[in-house]
Design a protein around this ligand. Structure first.
Ligand SMILES: NC(=O)c1ccc[n+]([C@@H]2O[C@H](COP(=O)([O-])OP(=O)(O)OC[C@H]3O[C@@H](n4cnc5c(N)ncnc54)[C@H](O)[C@@H]3O)[C@@H](O)[C@H]2O)c1
Length: 415
């Protein structure tokens, strides 16, 4: 008999180390095909994506298995550290080698925005399924090329707007489609607020450079609430907007770094993106959009709030309380109405059934796992899943119209 995990009292107190490792290893289902993933970028999103690729087949009953094949970055030493920490089989410093590797089935793009287009087009040419971080690219023209490439190659594609797969958001979608808010939506009001660059001494990271990021707060976080508006309410027709860059000059990075936390040097450089954006617009179905995105709201870290008002009721969501959805039903008796507080963890709530018993809440990382589970299922069937590259392009068209309106100070039609 092998030694027990804790102490050898002559009887077993639990499984041995070997037994534990057998228990924690994912049982290989020999009848399932395995799809190999190549991940480009290993920092913030690289981490969330690595976790999601690993967890999705463990919690969801998927038709295929997933192998974390190759992780890619620019520095050999750093990518090797990431490979070991995040659990990938191979490391590479050349994304072209990864997208052309015949062993790889899925390319996952988690690099800064200016590289998405080139990597995706090359991956499509090699017949890979593609998951790409948002914003899809830095402008509409790049998005159009990417959409054309995936259509030509007929490869499954998706943009990683992970907030769509928050169970409360997916439930909101279900309730709106069921008519719980009535047959007319009047308002979509959304705010995405952060504060990580409110300090004027925070350095000029890539997110503050239009050449790399495309836009600032707009493409980074406004894109998410635009995507949610398009998902929950419909397509946007026209917009009028205001954008501001509060801090126009910032210290350069002490050393080339990329993340949300970085060190400043003595020299300064020009900020070439927006810091905040506020806009209103009209949906094609007549609803009014009212959106605000800022990285200058002290105290707001990753604050996403949404309210939707329809002819029969309202929904309200707050990401800092992401397991809950508030619902007001105008048909409730007037002396007993008010917002109902739905804890979205029941087995029949979207995605929740794959996780824990009711009341055992989910967090940020689960939004990615839920997203990747849907993408893997779609890839196994040779299909795309929403939000597709075409969705990403349509969101980019709204971003572009909002920017044009802020420049011209006129209403702009989303084309
Ligand atoms: N879905 C979300 O909620 C969400 C959140 C944050 C970021 N993002 C998006 O994810 C993407 C990455 O953002 P991040 O915060 O992880 O950035 P980051 O700066 O933290 O990491 C970027 C990574 O890309 C790698 N990289 C850059 N150029 C490369 C190249 N040419 N070849 C190989 N690797 C390269 C870097 O080494 C680094 O590992 C961006 O498009 C961003 O908009 C999405």
């Amino acid at each position: 008999m092998k030694k027990s995990f804790f102490l050898d009292f002559g009887f077993s107190l639990g499984p041995t180390f070997d037994e534990i490792s057998i228990l924690t290893q994912r049982p290989q289902n020999m009848s399932k095909r395995t799809l190999n993933v190549g991940l480009i970028g290993y920092n913030f999103m690289g981490k969330t994506h690595s976790n999601a690729w690993r967890q999705a087949p463990r919690f969801f009953d998927l038709p295929v298995d997933i192998a974390l094949h190759t992780i890619c970055g620019r520095s050999a030493a750093s990518v090797e550290v990431a490979r070991q920490k995040l659990g990938w089989q191979f490391a590479s410093t050349n994304w072209k080698d990864v997208v052309s590797n015949p062993e790889i089935d899925i390319i996952d793009i988690a690099t800064p925005n200016d590289s998405h287009c080139e990597i995706a087009i090359e991956a499509a040419k090699h017949g890979k399924a593609i998951l790409c971080e948002k914003p899809l690219a830095v402008n509409v023209a790049q998005c159009e090329k990417m959409v054309a490439a995936v259509k030509k190659a007929k490869v499954p594609n998706m943009v990683c707007h992970n907030y769509r797969r928050i169970p409360a958001i997916a439930l909101a979608k279900r309730m709106i489609e069921r008519g719980d808010l009535g047959d007319r939506i009047y308002h979509y009001r959304a705010r995405y607020a952060q504060d990580w660059i409110a300090d004027p001494m925070f350095p000029l990271v890539w997110r503050l450079q239009s050449k790399i990021a495309g836009s600032g707060t707009h493409g980074d976080i406004d894109a998410h609430i635009i995507d949610l508006g398009r998902y929950l309410v419909g397509e946007i027709k026209d917009v009028t907007a205001l954008m501001e860059t509060f801090i126009k000059e910032r210290p350069l990075l002490e050393e080339s770094g990329s993340g949300l936390s970085a060190k400043a040097s003595q020299k300064t450089g020009k900020v070439t993106v927006d810091d905040a954006v506020s806009w209103i617009g009209r949906f094609k179905n007549g609803a009014i959009a009212n959106l605000e995105a800022t990285r200058f709201a002290h105290g707001r870290k990753n604050h996403i709030t949404i309210e939707i008002n329809g002819s029969k009721g309202s929904l309200a969501f707050d990401f800092e309380d992401m397991n809950r959805l508030k619902f007001y039903n105008a048909a409730d008796p007037s002396d007993a109405n008010g917002f109902k507080d739905i804890l979205v963890t029941e087995e029949n709530h979207p995605y929740a059934g794959a996780w824990w018993p009711p009341g055992h809440i989910l967090g940020y990382e689960h939004t990615f796992v839920n997203t990747f589970a849907d993408f893997i299922t779609a890839v196994a069937a040779g299909k795309s899943v929403h939000p597709t590259f075409e969705d990403g392009m349509n969101t980019e068209k709204v971003l572009s119209a909002v920017s044009a309106s802020a420049r011209s100070r006129e209403w702009v039609r989303v084309s």
